[in-house]
Design a protein around this ligand. Sequence first.
Ligand SMILES: Cc1cc2nc3c(=O)[nH]c(=O)nc-3n(C[C@H](O)[C@H](O)[C@H](O)COP(=O)(O)OP(=O)(O)OC[C@H]3O[C@@H](n4cnc5c(N)ncnc54)[C@H](O)[C@@H]3O)c2cc1C
Length: 386
Amino acid sequence: MKKSEIAIIGAGIIGMTCALQLSKLSNINITLYGKAPRYSQHKTTAILETSFGMYKEITSLNESSRYVYKLDKFKIIDQLSNKNKILDFDSNEINLNSFAYNIKDNDLSKLLNKEIEISKNIKREEFFVKNIKLKLDEVMIETLENKKLYNLIIGADGRNSLSRDYANIDYEHKKYKENILVTTIDHINDHQSTSYEIHKNGSLLTSVPLSKKKSAIVYINDKNILENLIKENKLQDIFNLSLRDFLGEITINSDISQLPSEVIVVKKLAKNRTILVGESAHVIPPLGAQGLNLGIRDIKEIFSLLKENNAIEPGSKIILNKYNEHRWLDIYKRQKSVNILYNSMMGDNPKYQLLRNIGFLGLNKSKILRKILLNEGLVLNANSKK
Ligand SMILES: Cc1cc2nc3c(=O)[nH]c(=O)nc-3n(C[C@H](O)[C@H](O)[C@H](O)COP(=O)(O)OP(=O)(O)OC[C@H]3O[C@@H](n4cnc5c(N)ncnc54)[C@H](O)[C@@H]3O)c2cc1C
C-alpha cells in the first residue's frame, strides 16, 4: 500500500510530540518543518498525569527522571479581601500520586529533538515554511530550499500560524491588558511538591515546583504595573508579601521574561487539508496547566483517527470533519472556563466576583464540587477521559 505524505509545520513542543506519536503509524510518512525551538530559560510546563503517559512512550522521561519535578498538591489562596481564603487540593483526592510533572521547556525540547534525530520515520526539513498552495488533491509546501506535495498538513506553528491563514480558517484574537511574567525563585522552605496560586484583584501569582527550594514563577498583572514594579525593583517584595508565609524568604535568582496575555479562538479546527494542533488552534492564559495538555489531546485524536481510518485518505474531508467534531467541545469548554476564571481575577465586573465567592464557599465544603472541578479541569484537568 502506498504511504500517505503528511507534513507537520512547526517543530515546537507540540510539533515534535505530534511527529513522534504519529511516527508509530506504518501507513504514513512524516516530514517535520522548522528549526528546533529555543524557549525562555524560565519557562516550564506542568504536564498533567494523563498527558505524561505519552512522553513516557515517546521519550526516555519517567516520573523519577532528573528533568521532572512533581506537583502533588495545589493551594489556591484568595487574597481578594483582607482575609486569606485557602483552598487545598491533594492528588490523593483523585487517587493520583501527582497531579502533574513540571519540566523546563528547553529540557523537554532537547529530549524530543534527540528522539526525532534517531527516528527512521520522521524526515526533518529545518526550514521555515514560506508558502502553502492548495492543489486539487494535495497541498504544496514551499521553503526557500524546495517545494513538496503532501496529502495532509498538520499546523503546529503556534499562535501566529501561517498554516491557519493558508487554510483560510478564521479566528478571534483578543489581547488582554496584562502581561505574563516568568522567572525562577529560591526560597528558604522546601515547597513539598506544592504549587501555590495567589489570587488578588487584578493579578495572579503562581509558583510551580522545581528542585526542593526553587520554584518557577508565572505572574500575570497589568502591563504598566509590571513595568513600574520592575523599574522600582519591587518584584521580589511582591513575591515575598504573597508567598513568604508558605515558602519562607524568597529571592529572585534570575532575570525575567515577559509575554503578552492573549486568547485565540478559531472558528474551525480543520479545513482545506489542514488540521490545527496546539497553539495554532487555541491560545488561553496560563491557568491550571491547560495549554499544552489541550495540545496533547489534539495529538491523541489525530493519532486515533489516522489509525482507525487507515483506508481513508488522511487529508480527506471525512477525517477533517471527524477531527473538528471530536475536538470541538473539549477545547470550547477549556477556553470558556479558563476565560471566566481569568476575568473573575483580572476584571472588576461584580458578576464574575460573585461567581468566585460562591465558588470558593462551595469548594471548601462540597466534595462533589471539588471532584467536578478537578475532573473538569478548572484547577487541573487531572482526570480527562482521553
Ligand atoms: C507562561 C506560560 C506558562 C504555561 N504553563 C503551562 C503549563 O504549566 N501546562 C500546560 O499544559 N501549558 C502551559 N502553557 C501553555 C504551553 O506552553 C503551550 O500550549 C505550548 O508550549 C504551545 O506549544 P506549541 O508547540 O503549540 O507552540 P510553540 O511553542 O509556539 O511552537 C510553534 C513552533 O512553530 C514554529 N513555526 C512558526 N511558523 C513556522 C513556519 N512558517 N515554518 C516552520 N516553523 C514555524 C515556531 O518557530 C515554533 O518553534 C503555558 C504557557 C505560558 C505562556
